[in-house]
Design a protein around this ligand. Structure first.
Ligand SMILES: NC(=O)c1ccc[n+]([C@@H]2O[C@H](COP(=O)([O-])OP(=O)(O)OC[C@H]3O[C@@H](n4cnc5c(N)ncnc54)[C@H](OP(=O)(O)O)[C@@H]3O)[C@@H](O)[C@H]2O)c1
Length: 329
């Protein structure tokens, strides 16, 4: 490998995991306001697999119509700064950093160049690269949905559907950290995990249908888009909120309708589109909770960069628990 090239997971065309090839490409050169990061760990998320398939189809508007505009996969990264642009003041060579490249993608690679005023922060000493790399997926998204969209408070009750995923494992802990009463929905094999994360109750979807529950909730957080506001609103308290990060046409209609009518609300947001300063604030809250022992990331599988296809196949299975990470160094 020369000093100007690197290995990267390159998406040759939208579709199957096999469309990802490990290729030798040019190493990025940081612009004046950018830092060049030697990537140590980078996650493969469910959102990454949707981008790989260009789903929903409308995403082609920003991903690239017939082929990916930025063809190096991945958005989350954790690593060490190896070069800084002339205008960068905050970061220095040798800093351990993590963050999210957003629509810049390019994180499933040996090096990524990111704006110093983007979603990037220092990794606390107690966190590993693997842990830090996952914070911008489930943890950041669940923090935004529960704290900002639902304004979840101590004493409220929350039903978390998909409690064993990246968003779910974070949501269970974050809801408990604010003092809410948590019920998680997961399968038999994940009951122990979800209980260990602090859930007060667990509904095993292999045995019971949560839609038949007799409890009522202030918040339903459907992390996997398994149900809908219409189907589950009988489980909500009178001014309750249904949240889902999985946008579909019916959720869009429900969000628009409940904005005007009724006290029960349906809400969606794209956490990655929030201003970088807001997201950095969330990350600092998450790392503070980690340092207080109130939050931990759940790592399921680790792969090498050269195993990016296998990592995508595993995430595509829909069975991952928490997070999947490529260890690049
Ligand atoms: N809007 C945003 O800003 C935003 C940001 C990030 C991610 N997302 C989206 O959020 C969604 C969730 O992602 P994720 O990574 O947390 O999870 P995921 O990978 O989509 O789901 C995996 C988990 O769901 C569980 N599961 C499957 N079927 C279930 C069911 N019927 N009931 C309960 N649990 C079930 C699986 O456990 P079992 O194998 O035991 O069933 C597994 O642990 C994705 O669609 C992603 O694209 C949105």
């Amino acid at each position: 490998m020369s000093a100007t090239t690197m290995q990267a997971a390159v998406l040759t065309r939208y579709g199957a995991p096999q469309n990802i090839k490990i290729a030798t490409v040019s190493r990025p050169t940081p612009k004046p306001n950018e830092v060049l990061v030697r990537v140590h760990a980078t996650p493969v998320t469910t959102a990454d697999t949707m981008m790989r398939r260009a789903q929903p189809a409308i995403s082609r508007l920003f991903l690239g119509f017939s082929r990916p505009r930025n063809n190096i996969m991945g958005t989350g990264f954790a690593g060490k700064v190896v070069a800084v642009g002339a205008e960068v003041e905050d970061f220095a060579v040798g800093d351990r950093v993590y963050g999210e490249s957003g629509l810049g993608f390019s994180a499933n690679a040996e090096y990524v160049s990111v704006a110093a005023n983007g979603v990037i922060d220092w990794i606390p000493m107690t966190l590993s690269y693997v842990e830090a790399a996952t914070l911008c997926d489930g943890p950041l998204t669940s923090y935004h949905f529960l704290k900002t969209l639902a304004e979840l408070r101590a004493g409220q009750s929350v039903l978390i559907i998909g409690a064993s995923g990246s968003l779910g494992t974070a949501a269970v802990q974050l809801a408990r950290a604010v003092g809410a009463e948590v019920t998680g929905v997961c399968s038999t094999r994940n009951v122990e995990l979800v209980t260990s994360l602090g859930a007060n109750k667990v509904i095993d979807y292999k045995k019971d249908d949560f839609l038949n529950a007799t409890d009522r909730y202030d918040v339903i957080f459907d992390t996997i888009g398994n149900t809908s506001f219409r189907k589950s609103k009988h489980l909500l308290k009178p001014a309750g909120t249904y949240l889902s990060p999985v946008l579909g046409f019916s959720l869009l209609l429900e969000v628009l309708y409940t904005r005007v009518f009724g006290d029960q609300k349906a809400k969606f947001d794209a956490a990655g589109m929030l201003p970088p300063a807001t997201l950095r604030g969330y990350l600092q809250e998450l790392t503070r909770l980690m340092s207080e022992g109130k939050f931990r990331v759940v790592i399921d599988q680790r792969y090498g960069l050269e195993e990016a296809v296998s990592a995508h196949q595993y995430v595509d299975s829909g069975r991952k628990r928490g997070n999947v990470v490529l260890e690049v160094v």
